[in-house]
Design a protein around this ligand. Sequence first.
Ligand code: NAD
Ligand code: DAU
Length: 351
Amino acid sequence: MILVTGGAGFIGANFVLDWLAFHDEPVINLDALTYAGNLDNLGSIWGDPRHLFVKGSIADCDLVEDLLRSHRPRAIINFAAESHVDRSIHGPEEFIQTNIVGTFRLLEAVRGFLALQDAAHQESFRFLHVSTDEVYGSLAPAEAAFSEHRKYEPNSPYSASKAASDHLVRAYHHTYGLPVLTTNCSNNYGPYHFPEKLIPLVIHNALAGKQIPIYGDGMQVRDWLFVKDHCSAIRRVLESGKVGETYNVGGRNELTNQSVVNTLCEILDELRPLPHGASYKAQISFVRDRPGHDRRYAIDAAKIERELDWRPNETFDTGIRKTVEWYLANQAWVENVTSGSYRQWIDCQYQ
Ligand code: NAD
Ligand code: DAU
């Protein structure tokens, strides 16, 4: 039995779906179902006896302690977080509460639980913390990609809160001997990506005939990884990673935002052509830049490749096409998650 937190969100849901496709081992899925958590993501495993969904917060010590005592999981994979940089700029409070206080409370619950376990369980247990490359800050154009030795220089409330959680995880290993692993991954994309993030937002707005907003000059660089490849890396780190170590995860796909948006428009032009040969590119609009916008991220994945023999399966070309096809085939999912509180966020951002 493993415990996944945040397993109704984008990466967590992909992870749970993949886990149950590859393993018989059951999963407890603890998710607070914020705006970003959606049970529709888990529709294909709903009713599967290997999947126990629990609505609740990682910050709820009583609930987490009860789950740990009752199910005695052999591992926790912590995806639960507030994840959107723009939201963290508009309102950092929830990022502090979930990403820092929530992770702290989860670590405390695990510490209490492990103290009561036998030596074999203490030895085999793992706490895998899922983090981001954004903790390293921003790279200059010619600078080497982020290795695990890069110092932390977070620039947004989101990345600062993730950096704090990484430090807590590290401290619980050094101080209390908690058997932790941390992964720092680059930008993910793929199915179930909430349409506030660049790639699903572009697809959504293009199809809806709306403006496609590019922040600033569009020359910021992100290093894109198909979400299923991130999930395979996490499984590999969970099974073979060395306790106390961190692993950077990325697919060596550095691209400017402008070129990602152009590619999406070109795939949509092909798969869902507009009348009279028009292009979705006509909807592109350069808008006010994100405050403190990091210029470039790039991951040096040599350690996980060398030590754990992990490689991504998708190139950006194959992964992005699959992603556009998924969104075209799942417009009902998009409609569902873009109603309600999402509307309010978009309305307040663009008024
Ligand atoms: P997401 O916003 O799509 O999902 C987050 C999930 O966590 C949601 O289901 C939400 O309901 C849940 N959640 C929020 N607060 C909670 C709480 N207090 N208790 C329990 N559940 C709670 O995020 P994502 O993009 O899937 O990211 C998952 C993790 O991976 C995050 O920790 C993020 O920092 C990290 N990460 C994301 C990316 C990326 O490109 N998306 C890249 C690297 C790392
Ligand atoms: O690098 C990993 C991180 O990637 C994760 O830790 C975060 O959880 C995840 O949200 C993502 O952060 P980014 O800020 O890089 O992703 P986002 O999709 O919000 O933006 C990607 C780039 O596109 C960024 O440079 C900002 C830009 N952008 C974004 C949006 C939403 C635009 O130009 N226009 C937009 O409308």
